[in-house]
Write a protein that binds this ligand. Structure first.
Ligand code: 0X9
Ligand code: ZN
Length: 452
């Protein structure tokens, strides 16, 4: 099975349009490159995941040093990517190390003065796992059920259009912006879009590699529209109370890049100084922009951008939100992973929204529901539950007066991380929708437009 960095021949020059079943067979036998199907190429051979648990300040300092070296030519940390941390003493720091950088990094790790090691390799070869995911996805994506596979950007657009064409005046798709590379930012409105209807905003895919999030948003759209058509009583009452604005893919450029080039890409794809690409869109919103948990280094995973709202993707969300601000009762942004349902503010420790207790009531109910379905979620202030991170969209929504604002970190808690098997989509979709129903039941009472 040959591994190439680019598709060859390019898809556009392939004269016959391949039948997808036939293509899957070719793919399974290694005769067709995954990228020719618009799927991720087999990269990441030898890439590893290392888990560090610093128990001493010197170890934490060293992790900070490596973290600061992102993109710096010749430095040990040049190509190392921090998936979590560095945070506090005794907290896990999860580090992605490309195969070619592993030896250099390992010889630089300060040795532990303890009898046990302070780091372990958790995944020996991410390439093997990415290849496995790619093949599985190629086989199952033929199903017309939207939730049978992780969908491509184009499939997501097609699904939105198809949904709109079957639901009449009851839903409508709106383009609310354009990404840096020129892709559509779309949302679907479901339910009567009357000025008197409070809006539930749900978005996903602001971070490119968190594939379960857009998949869950698509599951919601599918089930809410189906439920309406079949007169499902719970869905009907949800739609009596609220209009849903669901934007399943806020960062299409990054998402496409995770299919074609780098499965673990997080940011947008805008060109930055020093030859690096992308801004962390969840550090680019204009509330305490540039604060804790953000980086000024364009090569870092948490690069905040050159200014607040420097990115077209975050500007589009801001402008849409400002336009519907007074009608919006809840803002929910879906990410992965971690199984957390969080409440602002998260720009620092020890800051909170005034109505924290009120916001936590439906969240507690949602977490109880998830628990009854066998899934444990952590709930609470986002800085406490994860880490301080300024310039995130949940904080921004709360700052403009949206009464409920949450980041949800979908499954899992660290077994598969971003590579959650697609066979999990229906379960995650179902349990999250059940939790959302309970959550919405609690806030339906506050169903009056704000007058400001
Ligand atoms: O770091 C983030 O942007 C989110 N976690 S993720 O692993 N999906 O990247 C958490 C954001 C939580 N919200 C705030 N800290 N405001
Ligand atoms: Zn995320």
């Amino acid at each position: 099975f040959i591994q190439l960095d680019t598709c060859w021949p390019p898809v556009s020059t392939m004269s016959v349009k391949v039948n997808s079943a036939f293509a899957s067979a070719l793919l399974a036998f290694g005769l067709l490159l995954p990228c020719q199907l618009g799927l991720p190429t087999t990269r990441n051979q030898g890439d590893r995941l290392i888990v560090f648990v610093p128990t001493r300040q010197a170890q934490l300092d060293w992790l900070e040093l490596i973290h600061s070296q992102a993109g710096k030519p010749g430095e040990v940390g040049e190509n190392v990517r921090f998936w979590f941390g560095p945070g506090l003493l005794n907290q896990e720091t999860i580090v992605f190390v490309p195969g070619g950088d592993y030896g250099r990094l390992v010889s630089a790790i300060p040795s532990s003065q303890d009898t046990y090691s302070w780091w372990t390799v958790q995944k020996e070869n991410l390439g093997k796992l990415v290849t496995r995911e790619t093949r599985a996805n190629a086989v199952r994506r033929r199903s017309s059920d939207i939730s049978s596979a992780y969908r491509t950007y184009q499939e997501i657009l097609n699904f939105l259009d198809q949904t709109q064409s079957t639901c009449g005046s009851f839903c409508s798709v709106e383009k609310f912006g354009t990404s840096y590379e020129g892709r559509d930012l779309k949302l679907i409105k479901i339910g009567d879009d009357l000025p008197s209807k409070r809006i539930i905003w749900i978005d996903a895919g602001i971070h490119a590699r968190e594939w379960i999030a857009p998949a869950t948003a698509l599951y919601f759209i599918d089930k809410i529209v189906q439920g309406y058509k079949s007169s499902d009583s719970t869905i009907k009452s949800m739609l009596d109370n609220f209009a849903f604005y669901i934007a399943p893919l806020l960062n299409p450029d990054g998402y496409v890049y995770t299919f074609t080039t780098n499965r673990f890409w997080r940011k947008t794809r805008s060109a930055q100084a020093g030859g690096c690409y992308g801004v962390d869109p969840n550090r680019n919103f204009g509330y305490h922009w540039g604060g804790q948990g953000t980086s000024s280094n364009p090569c870092a995973e948490t690069f905040r951008g050159s200014s607040a709202f420097s990115e077209p993707e975050t500007r589009a969300v801001r402008d849409k939100l400002l336009a519907i601000r007074l009608r919006t009762i809840s803002f929910i942004t879906m990410h992965s992973y971690g199984q957390d349902w969080m409440v602002p503010y998260g720009y620092a420790y020890n800051v909170s929204v005034d109505n924290y207790a009120q916001m936590m009531r439906p969240v507690q109910a949602a977490a109880d529901k998830l628990k009854s379905l066998g899934r444990n979620y952590d709930i609470g202030n986002s800085a406490v539950v994860t880490y301080p991170a300024a310039g995130a969209s949940d904080d921004y929504a709360a700052s403009i007066g949206v009464p409920y604002a949450h980041t949800i970190e979908l499954p899992d808690t660290g077994q598969y991380r971003f590579l959650l098997p697609q066979s999990e989509i229906p379960r995650v979709g179902l349990e999250t929708l059940e939790a959302l129903k309970v959550y919405l039941g609690y806030i339906a009472a506050a169903n009056q437009p704000r007058d400001e």
